[in-house]
Design a protein around this ligand. Structure first.
Ligand SMILES: Nc1ncnc2c1ncn2[C@@H]1O[C@H](COP(=O)(O)OP(=O)(O)OP(=O)(O)O)[C@@H](O)[C@H]1O
Ligand SMILES: [Mg+2]
Length: 246
């Protein structure tokens, strides 16, 4: 069984517009792959297509994970296969308490009820690790959270769900240096030979903490470059115009 996420010649459209135009990308378990590219190049579209979010149609090519073709699988079944996607802009859910939400997530993952006391002590140890104030457990999900607090909350959700393939969409945007380190530490804590990570980012900073095994550059719906971490330095120096040149 190939425990890889394999994206092959993927063409995706939304509202009759072709957004991905033949993307090839592989993320193996145990690997951290960074996906970079200018605004509007299709990074979030790619993440949404992998998770099966509505509104994105595959017109050609395929997405397979662990040898299974994902086309037509609803998002919750993809999550059950071990896929996790963070949101670029996490939603606020008034009335949903963070502790209830997290316990529900964990119960769904484990397939059984979680005792409140045991769950609380488990989640608090994770919050310590991610440098999240435990007072957040009593608040409503993302309501009034600062940008950085929302991102940390996403990493906490990821830790609870123990995915085998995590896609982080600009989890590092707008983070101060401590939050950035906490997020990187959260991802690093999850790193293992059985966990793959695709990290979508605009910045070199988080990649200084999380050494990617591979860097891919998406421009106008196509991967135009792939290389090692040195590609990030080259991009910083030269910009995307360089990457787009043949
Ligand atoms: N559901 C949709 N319907 C129509 N157009 C869409 C849809 N989703 C995305 N697009 C368009 O597709 C293009 C790629 O968007 P996408 O969000 O994938 O870019 P991105 O690379 O994630 O950019 P950013 O770095 O700004 O987050 C954009 O022009 C966007 O407006
Ligand atoms: Mg995006």
């Amino acid at each position: 069984m190939t425990d890889k996420l394999i994206i092959k010649n993927l063409h995706v459209k939304a509202e009759d517009k072709e957004l991905l135009k033949g993307v090839n990308l592989e993320v193996a378990q145990g690997e951290i792959v960074a996906l970079m590219g200018p605004n509007g190049s299709g990074k979030t579209t790619l993440a949404n297509a992998v998770m099966g979010r509505p509104g994105y149609t595959i017109t050609k090519g395929s997405i397979t994970y662990r040898g299974k073709d994902l086309e037509g699988l609803p998002p919750d079944e993809r999550a059950r296969l071990g896929l996790f996607l963070s949101f670029q802009h996490p939603a606020e859910i008034p009335g949903l308490r963070v502790d209830d939400f997290l316990r529900e997530l964990r119960e769904r993952k484990k397939g059984k009820k979680q005792g409140i006391a045991a769950f609380r002590s488990y989640v608090k140890s994770l919050m310590d690790k991610l440098d999240i104030d435990q007072g957040f457990l009593e608040r409503y999900l993302n309501q009034g959270f600062s940008g950085g607090e929302k991102k940390r909350m996403e990493i906490l959700q990821m830790a609870l769900l123990e995915p085998s393939m995590a896609i982080l969409d600009e989890t590092d945007s707008g983070l101060d240096i401590d939050a950035l380190k906490a997020v990187a530490a959260g991802v690093e804590a999850l790193r293992s030979p059985t966990v793959g990570t695709l990290i979508i980012t605009h910045y070199k900073r988080i990649l200084d903490y999380l050494k990617p095994d591979k860097v891919a550059v998406l421009i106008d719906g196509r991967i135009v470059r792939e290389g090692g971490p040195e590609l990030v330095d080259k991009l910083e120096a030269e910009g995307y115009a360089w990457a787009g040149k043949q």
